[in-house]
Design a protein. Structure first.
Length: 184
């Protein structure tokens, strides 16, 4: 879906004025894992069919939810595509005691539980926040109307504090990737 992006014409950034002209932008439309902000604590499988389950905290307490295998694969395909430009499709996955193992036609990839749970929490935020993405010649610009911020996303990362100081995948990178794979 395209939506008008109403952003300040001039924004202060590090003491300097920066002109931003964004007329229309894409909005990443992904299904929320949970319709509120969450902090994912654990990922596991349940039952004989090994259905993915996440255990998370909300402002109201601890909960859990089951994910479809397709939704689970979509989430981790997004992670792979952000981390590696040519990761290939996920053929198999396994939840190990120390993290998540993903097998693709390009090889095997592993991510630790702290990185996986942080990614799931941010993925959910992208689904519930109205982030707008505008592609440009340098990558993409992501507008967050809630916090009134613009973040530049390119191949090396994002200009936001999460990406720069925590060295993790941020919600802006997820929004850009989801707009790339599913043009809306």
């Amino acid at each position: 879906m395209t939506s008008p992006l109403i952003a300040p014409a001039v924004q202060k950034s590090s003491g300097a004025s920066v002109n931003h002209s964004l007329e229309t932008a894409l909005t990443a439309e992904i299904q929320a894992l949970v319709p509120t902000n969450i902090q994912v604590e654990r990922i596991q499988t349940v039952g004989v069919g090994k259905i993915p389950q996440i255990i998370y905290k909300t402002p109201k307490g601890r909960c859990s939810t089951l994910l479809s295998k397709q939704q689970f694969l979509t989430i981790w395909q997004c992670w792979l595509d952000i981390r590696l430009l040519k990761s290939g499709k996920i053929k198999a996955w396994e939840i190990l005691p120390t993290g998540l193992k993903l097998n693709t036609n390009q090889g095997k990839f592993w991510l630790s539980f702290p990185e996986a749970t942080a990614f799931l929490s941010r993925y959910n935020r992208v689904a519930i926040e109205p982030l707008s993405v505008k592609f440009n010649h340098q990558g993409a610009v992501v507008w967050n109307p809630i916090h009134q911020t613009l973040s530049q996303v390119n191949e090396t990362g994002c200009s936001c504090a999460d990406s720069r100081y925590r060295h993790t995948i941020c919600k802006h990178q997820i929004a850009v990737q989801m707009c790339r794979i599913k043009p809306v």
